[in-house]
Design a protein around this ligand. Structure first.
Ligand SMILES: NC(=O)c1ccc[n+]([C@@H]2O[C@H](COP(=O)([O-])OP(=O)(O)OC[C@H]3O[C@@H](n4cnc5c(N)ncnc54)[C@H](OP(=O)(O)O)[C@@H]3O)[C@@H](O)[C@H]2O)c1
Length: 316
């Protein structure tokens, strides 16, 4: 194991704003670890909408102090362990979402850096069939997909409508509903060019939201997972007594919105499904973006048109 330096390269911003506030700094201190944390040498990272919402200052009421090194998703190698770490050791290849509560004092020093400090419980061993760049895009999105399905009490034999099936979260909702939870029927929405993708992920019915009026769908579903924030659309499409779960507003009652609680145990639980190839990470074909192009990767994610995950790799 090579020696851990005291300074590292990291993307950082000192004030809130558009992508121009981001700068690559070569002299950021490598974070100290606490007793339940490990230090991860970052090999790949991924962006999530929360990273740009935070950078724009939309979450400043509950943010940690500036300056901020953004980034929640990480895949990398453990290079140091805290005194109370039980299950991880140096050399382990791990992945995870480094913020247990992404909106409540997320880490000041995130994953868009050469090193990041993470609680052991937020990490899992990387699936053995996936390289770092495929693993990096998984954690936040798959954990959100899974928590929403659990909160909606989704189970075998139920039907589901996924609003926004081609995004980071939606693409996992389709796959988990089909291959982990045993859905009886899956419908999902996207724009025209992504309809085939929805089917390849496991949707029985792919609905083009640019052509169909989602407020007048002929079919009702046991559960609607709204990954976009489409107001009444979900409640209109759910069966009596069914559940509408959302992750971003607006969402009309009886729909409810939750905020992810990240948990490495969810990744560990899903690892066999990933390792068997039953469920597969979907990385946007425009990526991976090299570390020098993080600002471009942010700009691309902010178009709202990404297909699956926007990944940063390699990280020096
Ligand atoms: N509450 C939480 O804990 C939590 C966790 C994760 C994410 N979120 C939030 O959930 C939202 C989605 O996150 P994400 O990571 O999945 O985002 P994302 O990957 O950036 O989503 C992009 C996708 O959204 C699709 N899309 C945009 N408008 C659409 C519409 N009207 N109908 C259908 N699809 C549409 C796009 O497909 P087209 O190009 O076909 O439109 C694109 O493929 C974000 O607002 C994020 O902040 C919340």
């Amino acid at each position: 194991m090579s020696e851990i330096p005291s300074k590292m390269k990291a993307w950082i911003y000192d004030e809130y704003g558009d992508v121009n506030v981001l700068r690559l700094d070569e002299g950021v201190s490598v974070p100290e670890i606490k007793e339940h944390q490990v230090l991860v040498k970052v090999v790949a990272a991924a962006l999530n909408p929360v990273d740009f919402k935070r950078r724009l200052g939309w979450l400043k009421a509950t943010d940690s102090p500036l300056p901020t090194v953004p980034g929640c998703d990480v895949a990398g190698i453990v290079v140091k362990v805290g005194s109370q770490v039980k299950n991880l050791k140096e050399g382990d290849e791990v992945y995870g979402d480094i913020n247990e509560k992404g909106l409540d004092k997320p880490k000041q020093f995130g994953s868009l850096a050469e090193y990041t400090a993470v609680e052991e419980k937020l990490l899992a061993i990387k699936p053995n069939n996936l390289d770092f760049q495929l693993a990096a895009g998984i954690p936040l999105a798959i954990e959100t997909a899974n928590e929403g399905l659990e909160r909606a009490e989704f189970s075998a034999g139920k039907s589901i409508l996924v609003l926004g099936g081609a995004g980071g979260v939606g693409s996992w909702v389709i796959q988990l509903a089909k291959h982990v939870y045993g859905a009886s029927r899956i419908a999902a929405t996207s724009s025209t060019s992504k309809l085939e993708l929805l089917k390849s992920l496991g949707a029985d019915l792919a609905i083009d939201y640019t052509k169909e009026n989602l407020k007048e769908l002929p079919e009702k579903f046991d559960v609607v997972y709204d990954a976009i924030g489409l107001g009444e659309t979900g409640p209109n499409a759910v069966k009596e007594g069914g559940a509408v779960v959302g992750i971003s507003g607006p969402l009309s009652p009886p729909g409810f919105i939750f905020i992810l609680t990240a948990d490495g145990a969810v990744l560990t639980k899903l690892n066999p499904f990933l390792e068997s190839g039953k469920i597969k990470p979907l990385n946007d074909p425009k990526g991976p973006f090299p570390f020098s192009k993080v600002a471009d990767a942010f700009s691309y994610l902010e178009t709202g048109r990404a297909t699956g995950k926007v990944v940063i790799y390699p990280i020096p």
